[in-house]
Design a protein around this ligand. Sequence first.
Ligand code: FAD
Ligand code: NAG
Ligand code: NAG
Ligand code: NAG
Ligand code: NAG
Ligand code: NAG
Length: 495
Amino acid sequence: MPFIYLVGILLAFSYRHAGLVNADPIASLTEKGFNFTYPGDVGFQTASEAFNLRYTYRPAIVAFPTTIDHVSQIVRVGYEEGYNVVARSGGHSYIAAGLGGKNNSIVIDMQNFNALSYDPGTQTAIIGVGNKLGNIITALNANGRALPHGTCAYVGWGGHATYGGYGFTSRLWGLAVDTIISIDVVLANGTIAKASKTQNPDLFWALRGAAGSFGIVTSTQVRTFEAPASATIYSYNWKLNITAATQALQTYQQFSLSPELPAELGIEVVLIPGDSRGTVGFNIAGGWYKPAAQLNATLKPFLDRMPEPSSSSFDIGDYLNSAKNLAGGSLDTTAPNGHDTFYAKSLITPERAPMDEKARRAFITYIANEGFGLDVGWFLQLGLWGGLNSAINVVPREETSFAHRDALFTMQLYAYSEGNVPPFPSSGLAFVDGIADSIVKNSPQGWDYGAYSNYIDDRLANADYLYYKRNLPRLKKLKEQFDPTGVFNSPTGIM
Ligand SMILES: Cc1cc2nc3c(=O)[nH]c(=O)nc-3n(C[C@H](O)[C@H](O)[C@H](O)COP(=O)(O)OP(=O)(O)OC[C@H]3O[C@@H](n4cnc5c(N)ncnc54)[C@H](O)[C@@H]3O)c2cc1C
Ligand SMILES: *[C@@H]1O[C@H](CO)[C@@H](O)[C@H](O)[C@H]1NC(C)=O
Ligand SMILES: *[C@@H]1O[C@H](CO)[C@@H](O)[C@H](O)[C@H]1NC(C)=O
Ligand SMILES: *[C@@H]1O[C@H](CO)[C@@H](O)[C@H](O)[C@H]1NC(C)=O
Ligand SMILES: *[C@@H]1O[C@H](CO)[C@@H](O)[C@H](O)[C@H]1NC(C)=O
Ligand SMILES: *[C@@H]1O[C@H](CO)[C@@H](O)[C@H](O)[C@H]1NC(C)=O
């Protein structure tokens, strides 16, 4: 190990943990014969690269364990030597939280925990956290089964399923987190534990929504669903001025709240820059998991109140075809994943208090004017989480630490740099912050909005409350019990 890094590590260590003797996790893990990399070592650069190139963190170590016992021993080193320890599964955190969210963390890369088995007797699957969504879809589909989750093939199960996990089947089947029956986990002091409704129920509750603050999950057992025989991915597209887009948003909101909405309908509004200042691209996209012939009748109440679309598309096939479509054509994850350079925020609008006219108009006016001619690209998704038949909102708020069981829309506000490479201009940060403000500041005082921790955002004020709402006090209490010394204290976690 180069001398200069050793000095850096020792200095950082003695500053934070004066008094302990064994100060060097590199020595400790070398002694144990583990596979890991560290600053200056071959492979460290690649191993410590973030998906979002807006972030560069320098971990103390990136370790690649292959067994739960390894994970336990590595956590134990962090526990004893005073390091921030963090898991990385698919590495797709928006803010590189899987690298610790700060320098000098011990990163436990879970890519080798990629076992997946399906038991037809119980219709449950055991899924290692290192699996990527693409692999999971393919493996379960071979058994005629499926799960609710997001669209990108490269997103990892570990982060995705423990912080929520939304896709177009979520109104039908719930969030990925809601499919979890039991969890294998390593706790802050290195203890290996199981968590389920009957074993360590408090821990089970905390892990389903806030896992990163409580342990390193190695594997989950989940219930699965029959893959629908027919699945349609559809879209409709418009170019609208401010008045028409404000009206269209209200039409979408009313449609979302209509009591006839089938759970088999997944839908979102996608807003993109318009062709001129004062206009936006207004699009509907979604998945339909019943016979294709029934889709038009389902969308009719919405489309009847909209102008003529400029285009539309329908991809009709089996479930696997729909998943491929949403993943951009392929579920294969063998090639290295690409990167982006971006800033994203989320905003969850409550079903009991949908966006009012003032907020809708302020929001559309802001993006149609301020979003035109920017030096970043952007898209906004208003995914329908609620509606009367939504499986997400049937779950009681107290059931999981994941707290949003009254969401109407979960909005993703996403801006990326030109060419998807650094630098990311600060105008992009201001634009995205301004979108959220345009809605919140034009809504009634005390409007009960929230934020989604899988679209994690390190510029969000009052973040832990907005992520966990009324589940936050219990989470803080359990944090004291399960991680009293703060081994898993990344900046955006529960403290
Ligand atoms: C291209 C892209 C598309 C996306 N699409 C969707 C979508 O359709 N729907 C949706 O809901 N979300 C979507 N997301 C967001 C995604 O769900 C989150 O970024 C998710 O947290 C990524 O999980 P990961 O394991 O890949 O990331 P990581 O960066 O590895 O982890 C994310 C967080 O989870 C923690 N964590 C990871 N593994 C473990 C573990 N084993 N034990 C404890 N904590 C762990 C990490 O420490 C970190 O804080 C998308 C993200 C990207 C980049
Ligand atoms: C260590 O882990 C990395 C990542 O999984 C892998 O590429 C490498 O081959 C492993 N090295 C050894 C010696 O096992
Ligand atoms: C963290 O490490 C990165 C990469 O080495 C460096 O650019 C950055 O300045 C460091 N941050 C802090 C706060 O030391
Ligand atoms: C906005 O678009 C609608 C529908 O095309 C049109 O009737 C209206 O005149 C337009 N308003 C403005 C201010 O351009
Ligand atoms: C549904 O509507 C679209 C146009 O919106 C049309 O192209 C398609 O043929 C219709 N499908 C059926 C099954 O009627
Ligand atoms: C490790 O932490 C768990 C959870 O807080 C606790 O139950 C257990 O007793 C601890 N084990 C040791 C050896 O301290």
